[in-house]
Ligand binder design. Structure first.
Ligand code: HEC
Length: 153
């Protein structure tokens, strides 16, 4: 079976453009036993994303503790670590880009962007209750995505 592998697969002249375009929007998904959309990933890809997920949860741990101790430096550091900079690690499996549905990538990016906003908030106003409110909004994106997607082999 053909697979799209480029960051933007239509640059890959070996493959039919429209075939790849469909993949770019939908990723590689399948129906699952529950109400969620299952994204088909191999072991390496899945491990990569799940590690990133655990990093997000660790960030939330540090941000929450930081707010409770009024330690805005800690809040800022933990947030930046999972900000947009984290998406340019260069270690991500290239195949992931094509396999994740566009909506999934959009939700994921909005989480990283929101953590940068959180860091900015901590660096400037440093108001714990505002930051907590923004963290609540980020958590809503986490739970929305978790309610809609899962991974499968
Ligand atoms: C774009 C979608 C998406 C977003 C946004 C998202 N997740 Fe996930 N996350 C997933 C999927 C899919 C799984 C795997 C669930 C499954 O296969 O049942 C997952 C799994 C996890 C896991 C389990 C990791 C493991 O090792 O098994 C944790 C923890 C997690 N997410 C935390 C978070 C936190 C915290 C946020 C928000 C800051 C977040 N996620 C945002 C899609 C997302």
């Amino acid at each position: 079976m053909l697979e799209c592998i480029g960051r933007f697969c239509h640059y890959n002249h070996d493959y039919d453009y429209h075939y790849c375009y469909k993949f770019f929007i939908n990723g590689t998904t399948t129906v699952s036993s529950d109400e969620r959309t299952a994204i088909v990933l191999n072991t390496t890809e899945r491990a990569y994303v799940l590690k990133e997920m655990r990093g997000l949860l660790e960030a939330i741990e540090a941000v929450t503790l930081g707010i409770s101790q009024d330690d805005m430096k800690a809040v800022s550091l933990a947030s930046r670590k999972v900000g947009m900079g984290a998406t340019r690690s260069g270690n991500e499996p290239m195949t992931l880009i094509a396999k994740l549905p566009l909506e999934f990538k959009t939700l994921g990016m909005s989480v990283h962007r929101s953590f940068d906003e959180l860091a900015l908030e901590a660096d400037t106003m440093g108001d714990g209750s505002i930051i907590l409110g923004k963290l609540g909004a980020i958590l809503n994106t986490c739970t929305t995505c978790h309610a809609n997607y899962k991974f499968t082999d």
